[in-house]
Design a protein around this ligand. Structure first.
Ligand code: NAD
Length: 237
């Protein structure tokens, strides 16, 4: 039976991936410190639907992570654990760095020092491309499109990290690519953009589509606008 290890497996993307691979008859391990609100609901859901194994742990703790990975020796690692909000990264850039950049290095080093053959998939972000200011946008019917780039931004676009979150995720993104080049690790980077769906507990700081729906159902519209007006720290990307 193939084994998959998902960091941040109690979160939105991680729990959906865990469920998907369980249904594909993989042995699934999730590793999460449950720091995100709502994760406990995802753990309950996974316990009800699957026999995924849950390990409570923190990717910042190298020894613990390395030992766990060495014991399990998974075929695939999906690295989803992260500090996920641009806004929070402004308030605490050190913690953001420790979770996103150092935590990712801990995953890579666990593979390298234990000589694992695990494929690693990193959940990166569109923020690695910066604010893309030179790409002018226009309205096309009821959506925005790029004037000179109708198909959008692809991987050939130059990277330009913006915000502490952009830097910590971007550093992790580049480390995965470079560990593949330098140490022959089988690494892949997915640069995602505003993913939404079931098991997502969106808040003002991250998971906006989910948050807008929640705010609308709870009629929090006025509260939301008041907070936005009061707080100049909101940066729209
Ligand atoms: N959702 C999106 O639109 C989107 C877009 C681009 C990139 N990403 C990236 O994808 C990944 C998953 O995103 P998500 O939307 O599922 O977020 P999420 O917050 O639902 O999941 C992240 C999980 O990581 C866990 N975690 C946080 N710090 C940890 C630590 N130090 N040790 C162990 N676990 C820790 C949290 O408890 C949570 O369960 C993140 O790395 C995020 O940056 C998401």
């Amino acid at each position: 039976m193939k084994k998959i290890f998902i960091t941040g497996g109690a979160g939105f993307i991680g729990s959906n991936a865990a469920h998907y691979f369980f249904k594909k008859k993989w042995q699934v391990y999730i590793f999460d410190n449950l720091s995100r609100k709502g994760t406990i609901f995802n753990i309950k859901w996974l316990k009800k639907e699957t026999n995924v194994r849950f390990i409570r742990g923190d990717i910042r703790k190298f020894k613990e992570l390395s030992k766990t990975l060495s014991n399990i020796n998974p075929n695939v690692i999906i690295h989803c654990a992260g500090q996920v909000a641009v806004t929070t990264s402004f308030l605490n850039p050190r913690e953001d760095f420790e979770i996103n950049a150092l935590g990712n290095l801990n995953v890579l080093e666990s593979i390298r020092v234990n000589k694992l053959k695990s494929t690693v998939i990193y959940t990166s972000t569109n923020k690695v491309y910066g604010n893309l200011g030179s790409n002018k946008v226009k309205i096309d019917k009821n959506r925005y499109i790029y004037k000179n780039n109708i198909k959008g931004i692809d991987e050939e676009n130059k990277t330009d990290f913006h915000s502490p979150y952009g830097c910590s995720k971007g550093a992790a993104d580049q480390y995965v690519r470079d560990y593949s080049r330098m140490y022959g690790i089988n690494g892949y980077v997915l640069r995602q953009s505003c993913i939404y769906g079931p098991n997502q507990f969106g808040i003002e700081d991250q998971g906006w589509l989910a948050w807008f729906v929640i705010a609308s159902i709870l009629e929090k519209k006025n509260y939301y606008i008041r907070r936005w007006q009061a707080s100049k720290r909101f940066i729209i990307y």
